[in-house]
Design a protein around this ligand. Sequence first.
Ligand SMILES: NC(=O)c1ccc[n+]([C@@H]2O[C@H](COP(=O)([O-])OP(=O)(O)OC[C@H]3O[C@@H](n4cnc5c(N)ncnc54)[C@H](O)[C@@H]3O)[C@@H](O)[C@H]2O)c1
Ligand SMILES: [Zn+2]
Length: 565
Amino acid sequence: MTAPTRITLTGVFGVGKTTVAHLVARQLGWDSVDADDILVANAGKEVAQIFEEQGEAAFRQIEADAFAQLATHERSVIAAGGGAPVFEPTRRSIVESSLVVCLKATPETVVQRMEAKEQGRPRPMLAADNALARARRLIDQRAAVYALADFTVETDAMTPEEIAAEVVRFYQTRGERAFNRPGRVEQLTRTPSILPPILDAPNATTIIRTASGEYPAHVAWGALAHLGDITKRATRARRAFLISDEAVMAQWGEAAISSLREAGIEVASHTIPSGDASKSLQQAAEVYDWLASQRAERRDAIVALGGGMVNDFSGFVAGTYLRGMPVVQAPTSLLAMVDASIGGKTAVNHAGAKNIVGLFYQPKAVVADVATLKTLPRRALIEGMGEVIKHALIRDAELLTVLEARLDDLLALEPELTTQVLARNVQIKGAVVSEDERETGGVRELLNYGHTLGHAFEAAGGYEALLHGEAVAVGMIAAGEIGRRVGITPAVLVERQRALIEHAGLPLKPPTGIDRDRIHAALALDKKVVAGGQRWVLLEDVGRPIVTSDVPKDVIEAVLDDLLS
Ligand SMILES: NC(=O)c1ccc[n+]([C@@H]2O[C@H](COP(=O)([O-])OP(=O)(O)OC[C@H]3O[C@@H](n4cnc5c(N)ncnc54)[C@H](O)[C@@H]3O)[C@@H](O)[C@H]2O)c1
Ligand SMILES: [Zn+2]
C-alpha cells in the first residue's frame, strides 16, 4: 500500500479551506498550497479577471492544469477552489493524486465566516444582498460533487483548529486504508447525475435551469448599473441592440445604455410605442428591418428594457431573427420582474388573440432593477401585486405572512423589503420554470392559479377593462370560492386571500358590463383546456395547490353569478 502524500480540501467558497489547509500542513510538517494561487501565478491574472475576460469554461481548464501540476507536489495540503471538483478532469486529478476531504457547512455558517473574514472591506452591493441565497444555491448545486470525498467534516460547530485536528486524525488513522481501497478512483470520479452548470454569473439572485439553457436572474435595487457587466458575462457580445418602449426609454434608457457602454459594449437602440398593440408581427417586421440595417449578427445581443410587453416582444424578435440571437431581459414593471421576464415564454398578439404567435425562448440573463419601479404607473404596480400574491399562495406561506404584514411598505417601494420580496418571487417563478420548462410536467401549470377565469375575464373585457394582474386577482377570488364550495379550500384561506387582494387595491370582482357569453367563450379557448376538460388550480392550503378538472359546472356558474351580480 502507498501512503497518500497529499490531502486536498474541497468545499464551498468561504468554508475555510485555506485556513484549515495551513493548520493541517503545520501539524503534519507538510506544505500548504492554495490551488488558486498556483493558477493565478500561471495565468498572470487574478481569478476574477480570468472569469471576466475568458469565461468560466476557460477558467476551469486553467484550474485543471494547475491541479495536474499540483499532483506532483509531495507532502502538501491543497485548498481547492469551490468549483474545482465540478470539472471532471480536475476531479480526476485530485482523486488520483490525493486524499479528498470535504469541509461541509450550512449556508448560514459560510456567510458568517465570510462576513467575519471580510469585516471592514467594502463589498459589492449585489453580493451583500444575496450572499446567503448564493451560498445556499452553490451548496445545493454542488452537494453531489462534494459528496465524492474520502472523508467529510461537518464543520458548523467547529473552530479551524478543531477541523484541522479532525482532518489530521483521519489521515493518520484511516488515510492509507481509504486511499488504497479497491474501486476508490472509479467511485470518486464518477459523474453525478446532477452536475452544477458552469456559468459565469457571480452574485446572481437565482439560476434558472432549463433544458435549453441555464441563466442567472439578478434582482437588486440599482441593478441597471450592472446591466453591461452582466450582459457581457452572459453573452460575450460586443454589440447590443436595446429595445424599449417610449415610456421606459424616457426614464431608464440612458442608465441602461451607459451601463452597457461602460462594459465596453457598443449600443444601438430602438424605441417602440408603449402599449400592448406594439406586440405585433408588423412591429416585429419593423424591428427586423432595423436589425438588418444595423447588420446585427448572431453573436450580438438584444437587450429588452421594459415591462412585459417589451419583454415578450423582444424575446420573440430575438428568438426568430437569424434563428435566434441572445437576449437579456431587463424588466422594469412589477409584472415583468416577477413573471414575464422569467421562463422564456415569448409572443406577439395576432388576429385579435393574445400571445398566439410565439416560442419558448430563454434569455441569457435577467436583470431586474427594483428601483425602476419608482416610475411605474401606480395601476401597473398594483397589477403586478396580483402575481406576487399568487406566488405566495401557491408556494410560500412565509412570503404570504410578509405580504400581510408589510404590504403598504411594499407598495411604497421600501428598497430593502421590495428587493427581498421580488428576489423571492423570482426564485419561486424560476424554480417552477426549472422544473417544468414547457408546461408539460404539470408543475408550471400551478402558476396558472387564478388564471383560468382570470384569462376569461381579461378576454371578456377586451383586454382593456381589466389588466392581466387585475384579472388574475379576480380569478383567484373565483378559484378560492370554487375551492371552498367543492370542499378543497378552507374558508379561512379564502378570507385571507380576499383581504390581501383588497388591501393591495386590486379588484374583487370584474367591472360591471362584462358579458357572460364572452366569459363562456373565452373559457373554452383558454390554453389550459386539456382534452376538452376545464382544468382548475385550487388551493388545499397555502403552498398546496392541486389541479383538478372535477368541478361541477353549476358550481362555476354559481360563482360567476355572485361575481357578476
Ligand atoms: N411571458 C410571460 O410569461 C408573461 C407573463 C405575464 C404577462 N406577460 C405579458 O406582459 C404584458 C403585460 O406586462 P406589463 O404590465 O409590464 O405591461 P407593459 O409592458 O405594457 O407595461 C405597462 C405600462 O407601464 C410602462 N412602464 C413599464 N415599466 C415602467 C417604468 N419602470 N417606468 C415607467 N413606465 C413603465 C409601459 O411603458 C406601459 O405603458 C402583456 O403583454 C402580457 O401578455 C407575459
Ligand atoms: Zn399571469
